[in-house]
Design a binder for this molecule. Structure first.
Ligand code: GLU
Length: 272
């Protein structure tokens, strides 16, 4: 989890960057056609999608997004990054504010009503993060015992808790970093989302938190894009397949998620 200092620096960097990104957006826009491309990702998920205090972007999702952009003909300096919180992703795509989104975005039938997905490019599952010294939270069932659980609005983990564990006191925030902050200061007892995301936060805080239990869902990460754009979907699927085959996928996984203690799984084949 970023320190307060880092978070302030990130906010300042963002404020400075905003007027310029507004200009860049006028040039290309989410729909493309200009010489820039707007890509959606997370800005606060270490190891996956993170905006650093110096304004650079890092993480596995960022590397997947960049590889796809390169295959589409956009070098790194032509990318404009758009923060894409879980609850806003379908809308950002539908309104042409982004060309595509790589943001720990699970492929689901409900979302497929509104957007299309390329991929999957990674499989993971929902899990729980608690303080390192916690002993009474062992899995989702143990949360029904008056525990406060944090997740994010519009996410599949929040929905699964509402559907399967209605007795749990679920608090929905806009971002997982806000949940982790609340876990740190004791306002909540646990955070739930995908294991890779939780591992990224745990690695950043050296020993303050731990992941408990076994993953209790299957999340298939896809690249979200405009519904009906089969040409773009095919190009992105080809890019993902190429990235998996030429070794870039594994190298990106090891670089970004290796420090969080996760070994690279076999990359999943893309859907037909
Ligand atoms: N993969 C889940 C989802 O797409 C959780 C992670 C997230 O919210 O980005 O909802």
């Amino acid at each position: 989890m970023p320190s307060i200092k880092v978070r302030v620096a990130a906010a300042v960097a963002l404020a400075i960057a905003l007027p310029f990104s507004a200009t860049a957006c006028g040039g290309g826009g989410g729909g493309g056609g200009g010489d820039t491309i707007v890509i959606g990702t997370k800005f606060d998920q270490p190891g996956l999608g993170l905006k650093n205090p110096d304004g650079t972007m890092s993480g596995f999702d960022v590397d997947v997004a960049k590889y796809i952009a390169k295959e589409l003909g956009y070098s790194e300096d032509k990318i404009e990054w758009k923060e894409s919180p879980s609850g806003q992703r379908e809308t950002l795509i539908q309104n042409d504010q982004v060309k595509y989104i790589v943001a720990t975005y699970s492929i689901t039938d409900a979302r497929k009503q509104k957007v299309d997905f390329a991929g999957p490019y990674l499989l993971t599952g929902q899990s729980l993060l608690v303080k390192a010294d916690n002993t009474d939270i062992t899995g989702p069932e143990s949360l029904q015992n008056n525990k406060k659980l944090c997740s994010v609005s519009g996410s599949t983990p929040a929905q699964r808790i509402k559907d399967k564990y209605p007795g749990v006191q679920l608090q929905q925030y806009d971002t997982y970093s806000a949940c982790v902050e609340a876990l740190k200061n004791g306002a909540i007892d646990a955070v739930t989302t995908d294991e890779v995301i939780l591992a990224g936060y745990a690695a950043q805080t050296s020993g303050a938190f731990k992941i408990v239990g076994k993953p209790f869902s299957e999340e298939r990460y896809g690249v979200g894009l405009k519904k009906g754009d089969t040409d773009l979907r095919t190009k992105i699927n080809n890019a993902i397949t190429k990235m998996e085959q030429d070794g870039t996928w594994k190298a990106a996984f090891d670089k970004n998620l290796g420090p969080a203690g996760i070994t690279a799984p076999a990359p999943p084949p893309v859907d037909k």
